[in-house]
Design a protein around this ligand. Structure first.
Ligand code: FRU
Length: 527
């Protein structure tokens, strides 16, 4: 049963008329349930046990979203890579499956993708029962130890004839041999309808190389993209190439996602993207400025689902950063996926910008909801007193009235803070003097485990218009912040000694109106 609280406040700070209906759900505490360890995310995918990094092989097939992931099943640190596996029918609830692909004498199983080969172009299935084909990188540790650098990485195939339950490695592996490049990995394969061929994008040092194939098995080199383009502060990894229709128009552009490590805007791992055209041979982009998909520190190696229904472009990333992954305080398991995000494309003047927002299926997790209307914020207003589920994961929506942003009396900073009674907190804010969004997690961990963690991450952005709409998906140890019509995203982790259960809205040196706000409980995906 849902409870709805509606808080109406006229102009006066903290004078609240509260209309309250129905009673709180009599929810069980969760004690004795699975996945209830300290720090365990409740609305994000995590492996049952031990290490996970990149999401891999995401493909939708016969009503099921498959999620594979870089997995070391023995320990909660990186090690010999397998492909772990999970299945969902709604993108939010996941069933853990047995390990899909094991390392062998050719190497560890590094990141990659999967497709539904509907026309059985590969001949690995039949017309009646077409195969799912997975593409991964073999990483040969022996070659690496012996310094045979150009023999370390090559691309290989495994296929499934039983809806992804079991996988057979192709006998002719590898299908793309190493062309003499040390870092040559993370094949992402798509079907290019215009040229009627498969296209594989491979991260190759600091460029992306494209290959084509009629049958998933025989690959021909086409071209490369990246020299002198975007950021080059680290190695390029995990590419993705896909078309997206520009919002409000009939124009379709191609997006090339390129993960980079290190060299991100917040330090360490991050995701840049390029918008342009792909003609079946070359990717061409006129974009001159680097564009980041996320300005936080904890969204890496994100790629999108193949074959998703209704041409949706859904991305999931690894919610972590190579600067400290493995050091963070998780014992039973390590690593989580971001909340799945639907991508879109907008055009502003001559610039194409990617947008990301939590998939609408998040609504399947909705519980109770508390709404606030017309609150004038001056200083700090604690709202959690009115939110019985303030400790749970929540979906927060805030609409600030910023029409007066250049006038006297408008605050220098405003935003929201999540905290606990021990003085640990994380703040999401906007600096109206220097025009940037920020997430301050300098005091968001109990135990310091990395010098690179406790920092503030910012996004330079001039907020305009009359309203600023913010969305924040909060879990036990993460927040995902979406603003500026989903063009600004910050994903950041935190590890407080005790759960954050205090929620404050603040305005510094002035007053701002919070026109509308809602805090919606998110029910655990594991219960
Ligand atoms: C990205 C990455 C990939 C590689 C995998 C190894 O996080 O480094 O490039 O395939 O992780 O686990």
């Amino acid at each position: 049963m849902k409870t709805t609280y509606v808080y109406l406040l006229s102009m006066l700070f903290l004078t609240t008329a509260c209309l309250q209906t129905k009673s709180k759900d009599n929810e069980e505490s969760g004690a004795g349930n699975k996945f209830q360890e300290k720090f365990r995310p409740q609305v994000h995918f995590t492996p049952q046990k031990h290490w996970m990094n990149d999401p891999n092989g995401m493909v939708y097939y016969k009503g099921e979203y498959h999620l594979f992931y870089q997995h070391y099943p023995e320990k909660s640190v990186w090690g010999p890579m397998h492909w772990g596996h999970a299945i969902s029918t709604d993108l939010v609830h996941w069933e853990h499956m047995p390990i899909a692909i094991y390392p062998d004498s050719l190497g560890y199983i590094f990141s990659g993708s999967a497709v539904a080969d509907h026309n059985n172009t590969s001949g690995l299935g039949t017309k009646e029962n077409p195969p799912l084909v997975a593409f991964f990188t073999y990483h040969d540790m022996k070659a690496e130890k012996e310094g045979r650098f150009t023999e370390i990485e090559s691309q290989a195939i495994a296929y499934s004839l039983d809806k992804g339950r079991t996988w057979t490695k192709y006998k002719g592996n590898p299908v793309v041999k190493n062309p003499g490049i040390r870092d040559f990995r993370d094949p992402k394969v798509i079907w290019h309808n215009d040229s009627k061929q498969w296209i594989m994008s491979i991260a190759s040092g600091q460029v992306i190389k494209f290959y084509s194939s009629p049958n998933c098995l025989d690959w021909t080199y086409l071209s490369e993209f990246g020299e002198g383009r975007g950021e080059h502060g680290g190695v390029w990894e995990c590419p993705d190439l896909f078309p997206l229709q520009v919002k409000g128009s009939n124009e379709t552009k191609w997006v090339l996602i390129v993960n980079i490590n290190p060299g991100g805007p917040a330090g360490g791992s991050a995701t840049q993207y390029f918008v342009g055209d792909f003609n079946g041979k070359e990717f061409i982009s006129a974009q001159s400025k680097t564009q980041w998909m996320d300005y936080g520190k904890d969204n890496y190696a994100g790629v999108t689902w193949s074959n998703a229904p209704e041409s949706r472009r859904i991305l999931i990333g690894w919610m972590n950063n190579w600067e400290y992954a493995g050091e963070k305080p998780c014992i039973e398991w390590s690593g989580a996926a971001t909340f799945p995000r639907e991508l879109g494309l907008v055009k502003e003047l001559d610039t194409y910008l990617l947008t990301s927002e939590p998939v609408k299926e998040i609504e399947k997790l909705y519980g109770e909801k508390v709404e606030f209307i017309n609150q004038d914020i001056k200083g700090i207003m604690t709202i959690s007193d009115r939110i019985p589920f303030a400790k749970s994961p929540v979906d927060i929506r805030l609409r600030f009235d910023i029409a007066d942003k250049t006038k006297m009396g408008f605050p220098s900073k405003y935003g929201i803070t999540l905290k606990n009674s021990r003085g640990e907190y994380i703040t999401v804010g906007y600096d109206n003097v220097d025009s940037f969004f920020y997430v301050d997690r300098t005091n968001a961990v109990g135990e310091v485990f990395s010098e690179k963690f406790a920092l503030t991450h910012i996004v330079p952005f001039i907020a305009n218009g009359n309203y600023a709409d913010w969305r924040i998906v909060v879990d036990k140890t993460s927040l995902e912040f979406f603003a500026a019509d989903n063009k600004v995203v910050i994903t950041d982790l935190y590890y407080p000694t005790e759960d954050f259960d205090i929620i404050e809205i603040f305005a510094e040196n002035g007053q701002i109106r919070l026109g509308e706000a809602s805090i919606t409980e998110l029910k655990s995906i594991w219960k």
